[in-house]
Design a binder for this molecule. Structure first.
Ligand SMILES: *[C@@H]1O[C@H](CO)[C@@H](O)[C@H](O)[C@H]1NC(C)=O
Ligand SMILES: *[C@@H]1O[C@H](CO)[C@@H](O)[C@H](O)[C@H]1NC(C)=O
Ligand SMILES: *[C@@H]1O[C@H](CO)[C@@H](O)[C@H](O)[C@H]1NC(C)=O
Length: 504
């Protein structure tokens, strides 16, 4: 099957949503859709019409049409089956078959369309799976949006505070008859303590970048034996005077997503991303810890479409592992290798395909990567705070660790002792303690400071870090051709990072 586009349009052929699976200009797809109602009047068939270059397969949805545009070489029976699945997805997301509902649900629908064609096997994807996969994505997106909103709010707040400070400074200087404005870094901007201050808000940087979708944009083109059809179609479009963008440049999708950096990537690239969400109590004890892992595969050379990936799973903790519905589950269980259910099929080209994911959830303290003991003691003038970290998993190496301690408003800490570096962010009233590396050779460290306030003021403590080593002991060790086991050169990246790590 070569599916060129899937669209919902009204009876006069106006596109409401359309997802193109090959490169196509907007005017081309709009032209194709607009031509469709006219053709329908002449055609005798009730389910499809054809032109010289394409075939339309359609199904009425009350006042609208669900429409697939395919090449003429595609198998019409398969296309009709695919069409039915597309049509069944719509009522899953829309209460009524109306233009406004479709527009409201445009993105969920497009993600669902993508899942249907993700690996080019419509037959093995059912509605429930589509839902699971799209919901997984939209959850990540929601988290990302929430984080961004918070950051924007914080940045605005800081700007406001800073403006106020400057105004006040100006007023004071005017009163004293000095210059109306003083540069940042003037002496009265520094406190007498040894604490470095962050005078200006730091540029906001996203703390969390959503991982690339298990299957990214432009995924739907199934290459392999049918590549010729696509080429022929593209040639035909060219001869018809359409400007056809080559696959590697333009973006066919309505949605652009975080791209995976392509430095030093082989034709077969494996990306392993793991994130941790942990909540621990201030008096010790783990309230909850969850680690989610996702392996995405990206193949950019058709030669290596039919491959298998050997997995070394040394997990002792009882991690739940799940393969993509199109991956051969039995083979994964028996041979610990990731291969497609249908060995004749190829992985999709030039797109990130989620092939394996895992989840680990525990309340067992001994599984924590890093424990934090933050101990405020009340004194006559406020609090002495002792804070200490300990690496609990000796085989781990954590990089760029930042431990953030909230502080009472209007107070500056006096730091008496610190392993690593610290920064007092006055605008955010927090102390940021940075340790470049924590590993078995440097398992613990501590910091001590005094400040006014109450012991409850120093929570929740937040921790962030990244690591090049996966937390769950699952390693992708080898890639081979399906047929003869010839080794295939591949590149891989592993990133373990913090989604949320707090001591409350
Ligand atoms: C389809 O949408 C276009 C543009 O909004 C509109 O002009 C046309 O009347 C619609 N057709 C039907 C049958 O509703
Ligand atoms: C972390 O897990 C808790 C449940 O333990 C959940 O409520 C929270 O939303 C999760 N946070 C993130 C950022 O996923
Ligand atoms: C351990 O980490 C601290 C903080 O980064 C650093 O000051 C110290 O030199 C490190 N010690 C070793 C043995 O690496």
């Amino acid at each position: 099957m070569v599916l060129l586009a899937a669209a919902v349009c009204n009876k006069t052929g106006k596109a409401i949503i359309s997802r193109q699976f090959v490169e196509m200009t907007r005017s081309r797809i709009e032209g194709l859709l607009a031509a469709f109602p006219k053709l329908m009047n002449t055609g005798k068939q009730h389910t499809f019409v054809e032109t010289e270059s394409v075939r339309y397969v359609y199904q009425p949805l009350e006042k609208l049409y669900m429409l697939l545009i395919t090449t003429k070489a595609s198998n019409i029976l398969e296309d009709l089956e695919t069409l039915r699945l597309f049509a069944r997805v719509i009522p899953e997301y829309c209460r009524a078959m109306e233009e406004s509902e479709i527009v409201d649900q445009a993105f969920p629908l497009i993600f669902a369309f993508d899942e249907i064609v993700a690996l080019g096997y419509r037959e093995s994807v059912n509605l429930a799976q589509i839902r699971t996969f799209t919901e997984m994505d939209s959850h990540e997106e929601k988290v990302f949006q929430a984080v961004r909103q918070t950051q924007e709010r914080e940045a605005k707040e800081q700007m406001r505070k800073r403006a106020k400070e400057l105004q006040q400074q100006k007023r004071e200087n005017t009163k004293r008859g000095g210059p109306a404005y003083k540069g940042i870094g003037s002496s009265d901007f520094r406190s007498s303590s040894s604490v470095m201050e962050t005078a200006l808000p730091e540029p906001t940087k996203p703390a969390y970048t959503p991982p690339a979708r298990p299957s990214g944009t432009g995924k739907a083109m199934k290459l392999g034996s049918k590549t010729k059809d696509v080429d022929m179609f593209v040639d035909q479009l060219k001869s018809e005077g359409q400007n056809v963008v080559s696959t590697s440049s333009g973006k066919p999708s309505a949605v652009s997503r975080a791209a995976v950096p392509e430095v030093n990537q082989e034709s077969v690239n494996i990306n392993v991303e793991e994130k941790i969400n942990l909540t621990a109590g201030r008096d010790g004890g783990l309230q909850n810890m969850e680690v989610h892992g996702l392996v995405t595969l990206r193949v950019t050379d058709e030669k290596y479409g039919r491959i298998k990936i050997a997995v070394n799973n040394r997990d002792q903790r009882g991690i739940q592992v799940q393969t993509h519905p199109n991956v051969d589950k039995k083979r994964f269980a028996s041979e610990s290798c990731i291969a497609l259910k249908n060995p004749d099929k190829s992985f999709p080209m030039k797109t990130d395909v989620g092939v394996l994911k895992w989840r680990f959830q525990t309340q067992d303290e001994s599984c924590m990567p890093l424990s934090i003991n933050c101990w405020p003691s009340e004194t006559s003038s406020g609090c002495d705070v002792n804070i200490e970290y300990t690496l609990e998993q000796e085989d781990m190496e954590l990089n760029d660790v930042v431990i953030t301690i909230p502080l009472p408003h209007g107070q500056s800490p006096v730091v008496s002792d610190c392993d690593g570096e610290y920064n007092f962010d006055r605008a955010k009233t927090q102390l940021e303690w940075s340790i470049p590396v924590i590993d078995s050779g440097n398992k613990t460290g501590s910091m001590e400071f005094s400040i006014g306030g109450h012991p409850d003021d120093f929570f929740p403590v937040h921790v962030s870090f990244v690591s090049k080593k996966s937390f769950c002991d699952i390693e992708l060790i080898d890639v081979q051709m399906v047929d003869d086991g010839t080794p295939v050169k591949f590149s891989s990246q592993v990133l373990f990072f913090v989604d949320n790590y707090e001591i409350v």
